[in-house]
Design a protein around this ligand. Structure first.
Ligand SMILES: [Mn+2]
Length: 330
């Protein structure tokens, strides 16, 4: 019988002196808060631990003082005896370029085609990587402090869409309950994530929602955020998850297409689907990628043309294979 990867990971971390934790490009709440929790657990064990991501921490997490320790850049492999990659299907997802000589640990709750690391722990049934690292704490012999428990709770809470998404399993809820018992405050986490907006952000929300265009007999909701919406409000970086959530809340909507103007004639299109619409297949058609229910791609051209033609193409694709039920990966 193969060794339990959790035992292998715990043994490696206990034997290490300095380890680094990294996660994927455009890191999310799950990967960020889990990285912090894992680094803190390592410090409780007397290890030096650093968190290094290629991409900066986005809002609302960039406002969390405890996440300010995260370094943005490249990992110097010779500085660490172990590198932990969270939620990276392959090394390139981390944006880290010098990891070839490093001893790598791969922890992921998505299906991964390439068990690329020296130790691989892939559990697609896990609701979040935060839940996996909470599980790992038992193998490390570490009882999470209230701060660590709160980070892990925040990871699970954000990855389940505050317990709305399909990964809100008994396992997710059991871990959340246990973390609350260990000192995580669900109220404080919800306040930080959802009740922390600037007034300009709420004004922007109004503008973006006013752009709503229903297509494909109500199956597709298209919204847009243009520079002319954000610039007068002085907003450079915006968390748009709530805008997507509101568009997705419309009865009958299977796909949200969110056009974001990145520069002159350049638009990032985020796709969020529910039900059978396969966002990843749709994004691949336009040279992008992602997951079954969350994906994206970039298009170039005049906004008025793109916002008409790209949804029309998507509507046609939805009538084909991209409209078929997704596989088991999520
Ligand atoms: Mn996750």
């Amino acid at each position: 019988m193969a060794a339990d990867p959790r035992e292998l990971i715990a043994a490696r971390i206990k034997a290490s002196r300095r380890f680094a934790v990294t996660s994927h490009l455009r890191p999310d709440g799950d990967s960020l808060c889990t990285a912090l929790a894992l680094a803190e657990m390592g410090r409780l064990l007397g290890k030096e631990a650093a968190i290094v991501n290629r991409d900066p921490t986005p809002l609302p997490f960039s406002a969390f003082p405890e996440l300010a320790e995260i370094r943005v850049g490249q990992i110097e492999a010779r500085d660490f005896d172990t590198v932990v990659l969270l939620e990276c299907a392959d090394v390139s997802r981390s944006g880290q370029e010098g990891l070839a000589p490093a001893f790598k640990i791969n922890i992921d709750h998505h299906f991964s085609n390439t068990p690329y690391a020296d130790i691989n722990w892939i559990d697609p049934a896990a609701p979040a990587v935060g839940e996996m690292v909470f599980d790992l704490s038992r193998f490390l012999g570490v009882t999470p402090t209230p701060a660590i428990a709160e980070s892990l709770y925040c990871a699970i809470f954000s990855d389940t869409g505050s317990f709305h998404f399909s990964n809100t399993t008994p396992r997710a809820l059991a871990a959340a309950a246990e973390l609350a018992r260990l000192g995580a405050s669900p109220v404080r986490v919800a306040e930080r994530l959802y009740y922390n907006n600037r007034p300009e952000k709420v004004l922007l929300l109004g503008r973006v929602l006013s752009s709503l265009d229903m297509r494909a007999a109500g199956r597709i909701a298209v919204i847009s955020m243009l520079k002319r919406d954000t610039e007068p409000l002085g907003l450079k970086e915006v968390d748009t998850e709530d805008m997507t959530t509101l568009a997705r809340s419309i009865r009958g909507v299977e796909l949200v297409m969110f056009f974001k103007e990145m520069g002159p004639g350049t638009f990032r299109v985020s796709l969020r689907s529910k039900g059978s619409a396969n966002a990843a297949l749709l994004a691949e058609h336009f040279g992008g990628g992602g997951h079954v229910h969350a994906a994206g791609f970039t298009v170039h051209g005049p906004y008025e043309t793109l916002v008409r033609e790209v949804p029309a193409t998507v509507e046609a694709l939805l009538a084909g294979p991209a409209g078929e039920p997704p596989g088991p990966a999520a």
